[in-house]
Design a binder for this molecule. Sequence first.
Ligand SMILES: Cc1cc2nc3c(=O)[nH]c(=O)nc-3n(C[C@H](O)[C@H](O)[C@H](O)COP(=O)(O)OP(=O)(O)OC[C@H]3O[C@@H](n4cnc5c(N)ncnc54)[C@H](O)[C@@H]3O)c2cc1C
Length: 493
Amino acid sequence: MNSTKRFSFGRILLFLLVILFLLIGRPTGFLICTYIKDKKLVKVEKNGYTNDASHLNETKVDSTVKAFEDIDKATAQIVQLIKLAKEQGKKISIAGAQHSMGGHTIYPDGIVLDMKGFRYMELDSTDEYLLVGSGALWSDIIPYLNIQDKSVAVMQSNNSFSVGGSVSVNCHGWQPNSPPIASTVESFRLINADGKILNCSRTENAQLFSLVLGGYGLFGVILDVKLKVVSNKMYTAHQYVIKSADYIKEYDRLANDANIGMVYGRININPDNFMQEAILSTFIIDSNAIIEPLQEAAFTSIRRTVFRGSANNDYGKNLRWRAEKLSASQINGKKFSRNQLLNESVEVFQNSDTAYTDILHEYFIPKDRVGNFIDSLKKIIPAYKVDLLNITVRNVKKDEDTFLKYANEEVFGFVMLFNQEKTKEAEMQMKAATQRMIDAATSLKGTYYLPYRLHATKEQMNSAYPQAKEFFLLKKKYDPAEIFQNKFYQSYK
Ligand SMILES: Cc1cc2nc3c(=O)[nH]c(=O)nc-3n(C[C@H](O)[C@H](O)[C@H](O)COP(=O)(O)OP(=O)(O)OC[C@H]3O[C@@H](n4cnc5c(N)ncnc54)[C@H](O)[C@@H]3O)c2cc1C
C-alpha cells in the first residue's frame, strides 16, 4: 500500500517536474542559449568601400567626404565638391545613416558625401519649427527637443535615422492620422547640381520641393530643413489581442479616440497560428500626467534575446508570441512620454550574426483592402524559403506633398522584417517572394516602399509609381550631368 502511494507520489512529482520544465525550464534554457550565442554588434568598414544596412551592398568608392559641422564651412565644402566632381567627371552619392538597403547612398567609384557631421539645430522663436542640419539623427534631436517640452511630429519607429535620409524617403511612423513626414516640412535649403543654394517650400521652387521630398538624393544636397514640431506629452498605453481578420474593425473602434497619440499593430508570425492574431497598441494622451524625463530604454537585453531567439527557430517564434501576448496585459495602463517612445535605437533588435542580415519590406495597402492583403501574405510567405521575424502595421494618411508618392489615399503600411542568410540562394528566394508581394499589393491598388532592396522589376516600379517616368525625366532636367547618383537611380531610370 505504502509503496503504491510512494509510487504514485513519485509519478505525480515527475509529471509536475516535466510540466515545470516545459513551462519554465525549456524557455529559460532556450533564452540563456540565445543570449550566449548572440554576438556583439560590430560594424566592419573595409577601407575604400562603403555599405548600407542590408550588409549586401559592399561597394568600392572613390572616396568618402565627411560634411563639416560648421554651417558656412559645410556649405562651402559641398559647393566645392560639386564643382570638383563635375570637372573630374565623378559622381556623388549622398549618405545619412545609410539605413536604406538598396544602395540608395552608394555609386560604384563615386564620392560618398557623408552628411552625418552636419547636425546643428535650433528651435525657432515661435517654438513651432526646428531648423536642423540634414545630417542630424533623431537620437540627437529628441533629447534636444525634450528639454524644451517639444517632440518630433512624424518620424520612423526608431531614432537611428538622419533628417536628410528621412525626408528623402518621405518616411512615416506610428503617429496615426498623419501623412508622411513631408507634411511636416515647412521648407529646406538645397544645394543643386550647379552648386546654387535654393530655398524650397510649397511656394518657392515648389516643383523641386515635391521632387526632393521622397526624391532619394537625386536632385541635390539638402542642407537643412525647417521641420514642424509638436508638444511632448504623456501617453497611457493599452494593448489588445485581436483577430488579424478584424484589424481594421478594431482599429476604427480603438484608435478613433480624439486623444489618440500613437498606434501600431503587430501581426503574429509564429507557425502555430500564422497571421491569425494581432496585438493593437494604442497610446492615449494623458494631459494631466507630469512629463517624465527621458530614460534609457528598459529591459533591452531580455527583449533582444526573446526577439533574436525567434530567428530561424519555430520554437523561438511561438515562445516570443506567447511572451508578447503576456506582456500586452502587463503594459496596460502604463505611462510613457512621446519622446520616450520615439527614442529607441534600431540596434536593440539588430542582427549580429555575420552570416545573416535583417531585411525590411513595406507594402502600403488601402484601408478597405487590408484583409485581402493579409490573406495574400498567408499564402505567399510559406511558399518561399524566407524567415519572417516581424510584421507591424501603421496608419498613413494621404500624401499631398511629394511627387513620387506611396500614399495616394489613406493606407496601412505592412512593415515586414526578415532574417536572411547572406547567400545567392537566399537572395533569389527573397527576390521572388518580394516580387509576389509587390504584385499582391499593386493588385489591391497598393504600393511598396522604395528604400529597401531593389528586387522590384522596372515594370513593377512603374505600375506602383505611375509618376516614376516623369520623375526620372525631371531628374535629368534638374541634373543634366547626372552628378547625383546611386544604385536606385541606376536600376529604375
Ligand atoms: C531597422 C529599420 C527600421 C525602419 N523603420 C522605418 C519606419 O518606421 N518608417 C519608415 O518610413 N521607414 C523606416 N525605415 C526606412 C528608413 O526610413 C530609410 O531607410 C531612411 O532613409 C533612413 O534614413 P538614413 O539617414 O539612414 O538615410 P540613408 O539611407 O542614408 O539615405 C536614404 C536616401 O536619402 C538620401 N539622402 C540622405 N541624406 C540626404 C541629404 N542631406 N540630401 C539629399 N539626399 C539625402 C540618400 O542619398 C538616399 O537616397 C527603416 C529602416 C530600417 C533599417
